[in-house]
Design a protein around this ligand. Structure first.
Ligand SMILES: [Zn+2]
Length: 318
């Protein structure tokens, strides 16, 4: 029997759990409720029974996803729909397919255009954890500059990740060391004929996208949602702190000159304090034990709203 036929038969003999789709639908709603996404942005989940495919909604605003029929299955290999009669899908589903292709341990992906995060993708100010909940982002968020990845075949430089090579460039950003040591690895591969080992789950779980937004990953839908929500919260807090500190520093300069000091030597300047690498890592370790507590609240919030509908009912943990 051909491999494709066996895979298809295996999938048909083991129908996907209703809970997985219910969770995915509610996750769409939670991301909208918390302003991570608006009419744009998406969340996907890897197929738990056939890891060569993943599920994501059709081309819909996340708040309006409500039923199994709103969800499509795509191949990890090339983001093509499993159902040949599939309707219109998200143009940027290559974000998801290329991440699943590169990192076997990633089970869910969120992509969003959140306004609090975008300034950090276009300025020289790095997005870094400023409070314990921000530790989930990783100690530093790499920036994917799509202009470095366009090919001559890309007629539109629209910033949209709408093909395999643009998605592959973004996926590589989650493991920046592979890009830095590319030449070394090529040499090693030539000598040993062994492919470079990719981590199942990359070290940087959040990547900013220049002039566009961000993408983050998770070992589950709940974890990806958690990371996305607190990435946006960290960005808001960091921006507030930077503005406060900037204003305060201007005041310090005024004090200095107002006090009759000579205009020589370094100006008084104070920085905001970020989490250390260890604090970032340990804060995430500690928070992972509580990640399902907010999930219950978030499910209750969207169920209480009149906007969202989940025809499959409450997900597990709600
Ligand atoms: Zn986008």
């Amino acid at each position: 029997m051909a491999e494709d036929s066996r895979t298809a038969l295996a999938r048909a003999s083991k129908p996907m759990s209703k809970e997985l789709f219910s969770t995915l639908i509610t996750a769409n709603h939670i991301l909208h409720y918390h302003n991570v996404v608006d009419a744009y942005g998406h969340i996907s989940v890897r197929n738990t029974q056939d890891t060569s495919t993943f599920f994501i909604s059709k081309s819909l605003a996340p708040a309006l996803v409500s039923s199994r029929d709103d969800i499509e299955e795509y191949r990890v290999s090339d983001a093509s729909p499993v159902n040949p009669d599939a309707g219109r899908g998200y143009a940027e589903r290559f974000i998801h397919s290329e991440i699943y292709k590169k990192y076997k341990g990633v089970q869910a992906v969120v992509h969003a255009h959140n306004e609090a995060v975008i300034p950090f993708s276009i300025s020289s100010v790095p997005l870094r954890p400023v409070y314990h909940m921000g530790g989930a982002m990783g100690s530093l968020c790499p920036i994917y500059d799509i202009s470095q990845h366009y090919k001559a075949s890309d007629n539109l430089h629209s910033l949209l990740v709408n093909n395999e090579h643009l998605g592959a460039g973004l996926a590589a950003g989650f493991n920046p060391s592979t890009m830095i040591s590319k030449t070394t690895n090529l040499l090693r591969n030539f000598v040993t004929s062994q492919a470079t080992q990719m981590p199942d789950f990359p070290p940087n779980p959040t990547v900013l996208m220049r002039g566009h937004g961000f993408t983050c990953i998770g070992a589950s839908i709940e974890e990806a949602v958690w990371r996305a929500i607190y990435t946006c919260a960290n960005a808001r807090i960091q921006t507030t702190a930077l503005l406060m500190q900037g204003s305060y520093n201007v005041g310090l300069v005024g004090e200095r000159f107002g006090g009759g000091e000579k205009e020589t030597g370094p100006a008084k300047h104070e920085d905001i304090k970020y989490l250390s690498d260890r604090e970032c890592k340990d804060a995430w370790t500690a928070n992972q034990g509580h990640a399902y507590r907010p999930w219950k609240l978030w499910c209750a919030e969207v169920e209480a709203s009149g906007l969202y509908h989940n025809e499959l009912g409450s997900p597990p943990g709600a």
